[in-house]
Ligand binder design. Structure first.
Ligand code: ZN
Ligand code: ZN
Length: 108
């Protein structure tokens, strides 16, 4: 058992460490005191810290932020929530990309 400080009520909350060696990632936990959900970042398999408040895990909206990188075309239309690790690709853009591919094929 490990404990993290809840970002909502600041009480120590018990969590079950993931049974995986050198696990590096984020897991969702529900605070035993206030019942709010938040993500816990596992920096190593023995050290845990709560990322931040995640209102989207408690019935709120995701805070979508465009993913940026190079080449730009691979990241266009990709969004990632600032609070949780959910990602989505804009379907509008995916359709556009398919049209371009078909057009290029017909040229060859
Ligand atoms: Zn709490
Ligand atoms: Zn979210």
């Amino acid at each position: 058992m490990e404990t993290v400080t809840c970002p909502y009520c600041e009480n120590n909350t018990k969590i079950n460490p993931i049974d995986r060696e050198h696990y590096d990632g984020e897991e969702e936990y529900e605070c035993e005191h206030c019942g709010k959900c938040f993500e816990v970042l596992a920096e190593t398999y023995t050290r845990y810290s709560a990322c931040d408040k995640a209102d989207c895990l408690n019935g709120g909206n995701h805070k979508w932020k465009q993913v940026v990188g190079y080449p730009e075309i691979h990241f266009k239309g990709r969004y990632r929530c600032e609070d949780c690790s959910t990602e989505y690709c804009s379907t509008e853009y995916t359709l556009q990309e398919e049209v371009v591919t078909e057009d290029e094929l017909s040229k060859n």
